[in-house]
Design a protein around this ligand. Structure first.
Ligand code: PLP
Length: 469
């Protein structure tokens, strides 16, 4: 399970959000930002140019950095070099997919072979399509049939459609704070539990007629919702808890959800976009010990190669997504020109092989445990209420703990902005120490994060902690 007991994590989250935010000393923050500006002059120029053509100057939420985004020149192993010639130790890992390290020579070689043979895609089946599916099923026995798709978002979207076709029911329940991509129906109750439609601009209210959420880890609320809704097609979960475990799951919760789903003839959808291969070779379902009806795979399944995603599940359920034109049978319509292209399927097949052969998941997990243990020692040393834990190769470190806020609490609700801002400052302080993280609060590890690299990171975070008021 996680490196820290659930009850302890909850108590620590409560402790952080119930006390005033611990901030950087103003003069230290000023120096951090000044150095960032000075060290990344070329990235700044790139950003100024990009923002004239790209809305906001940055394409991806992950790439957002304060005070401005950085531009890469080269990435290799567990490092990222910016166009300013600054070498950053990389814990972004593309938001999860990289477990073998960047540009793993064996994997690159295999993908290049496909490109040389046939280019990126051509529209008929290639052998890698079923080879990769067989490999995926080997690790995920609940996935008797697999359909390749192009992104986590569209796979989540298809999963709920499949559940509705198969069960003939309409309601879908998610857990507050969880992320299942950005399709209309699933941009609901994101990031901070209870925020419901806060992020759903541009999506008509009626779209959510059959979508609802329950508070994290609240099996009682879920049971009540089953009674209220009656016809629930599916419950969809992030196995580690919302935001890849930033809102940690109670270890028994997933199994309890499975049992409730069975009692109600409802499908359980396990969103394995971040858990597959990173948490465990068999994902969240193997780690926590439950059997979903449908599983979602995304970016990690292709080790970061584009257009990698898949829906897997029970054969009878997956029959609803058989390809073909018309025929009158009840189908869950889906498509995707680039889905199952040979390049991505080869990347998926070889990535799974290499991760298994090298034991990369376990090695990355050990690096993550070392990091999170070291961080807790540092936080204790400086008497900070902050804390860290890891689920396999995903390390969370809560400082301002924005995801832990209770938005119905009149004291905590209004703190979202300043606590988010602090995470941006933390991101900048990490870059100042030549470390790149996910939003100043998460680290993904890979098998190349050696003990020396981890220990150096811990020392650098020690330096950051000295800059806190
Ligand atoms: C749990 C989860 N589901 C779905 C998605 C969406 O995947 P994609 O970005 O490929 O659309 C993500 C993305 O990070 C995710 O973490």
């Amino acid at each position: 399970m996680s490196s820290m007991k659930y009850e302890k994590m909850r108590a620590k989250i409560e402790n952080i959000v119930s006390q005033p935010l611990r901030k950087f000393k103003p003069e230290e923050l000023k120096e951090i930002v000044n150095r960032y500006e000075k060290n990344h002059v070329i990235s700044k120029e790139a950003f100024e140019r990009a923002r004239k053509i790209i809305p906001g100057g940055v394409e991806h939420n992950l790439a957002f950095n304060y005070p401005f985004p950085l531009t890469s020149k080269r990435v290799f192993d567990c490092y990222m070099e910016t166009i300013d010639d600054i070498l950053l130790t990389d814990y972004l890992m593309d938001g999860g997919p990289i477990i073998l390290g960047h540009n793993h020579p064996g994997l690159t070689e295999k993908v290049l072979e496909v490109i040389k043979e046939s280019g990126p895609c051509h529209g008929i089946t290639s052998e890698y399509e079923y080879l990769a599916a067989e490999e995926l099923r080997k690790h995920f026995p609940s996935c008797e049939r697999i359909r390749w798709l192009q992104s986590g978002t569209e796979t989540d979207m298809l999963a709920i459609r499949v559940a509705r076709v198969f069960t003939g029911k309409k309601h879908v329940i998610k857990v507050g704070g969880s992320y299942h991509g950005w399709s209309d129906q699933l941009v609901y109750d994101l990031h901070i539990p209870g925020t419901k439609r806060m992020e759903s601009h541009g999506i008509p209210r009626e779209i959510f007629k059959y979508i609802d959420s329950v508070p994290p880890n609240d099996i009682y609320a879920l049971r009540e919702m089953f009674k209220e809704k009656k016809k629930v097609a599916a419950v969809i979960i992030e196995p580690m808890g919302g935001e890849s475990g930033a809102i940690p799951v109670k270890p028994e919760f997933n199994k309890e959800v499975e049992e409730l789903c069975h009692q109600n003839d409802t499908l359980l959808i396990s969103d394995e976009v971040v858990c597959a291969f990173r948490l465990h070779m068999g994902g969240g379902q193997a780690y926590f010990g439950y059997t979903p009806d449908l599983s979602i795979f995304g970016k990690i399944v292709g080790h970061g190669y584009p257009s990698a995603a898949a829906l897997g599940g029970r054969a009878d359920i997956m029959a609803t997504v058989s390809a073909g034109v018309g025929g009158g049978a009840k189908r869950a319509y889906c498509g995707g020109t680039l889905a199952a292209n040979p390049l991505t399927c080869a990347a998926a097949y070889w990535a799974m092989k290499f991760v298994e052969e090298t034991n990369a998941t376990e090695i990355a997990g050990k690096a993550a445990s070392r990091l999170s243990t070291g961080l807790n020692e540092v936080f204790e040393k400086y008497d900070l209420p902050w804390f860290s834990y890891n689920y396999g190769g995903t390390v969370h470190f809560h400082s301002s703990c924005v995801f832990g806020l209770n938005i119905t609490d009149p004291k905590q609700g209004p703190q979202i902005k300043q606590r988010k801002e602090f995470m941006e400052h933390m991101g900048a302080a990490l870059v100042d120490q030549e470390i790149i993280s996910v939003a100043g609060s998460r680290f993904y590890t890979c098998m190349l994060h050696s003990d020396e690299i981890i220990d150096e990171t811990i020392q650098k975070i020690d330096i950051i902690c000295q800059k806190i008021e």
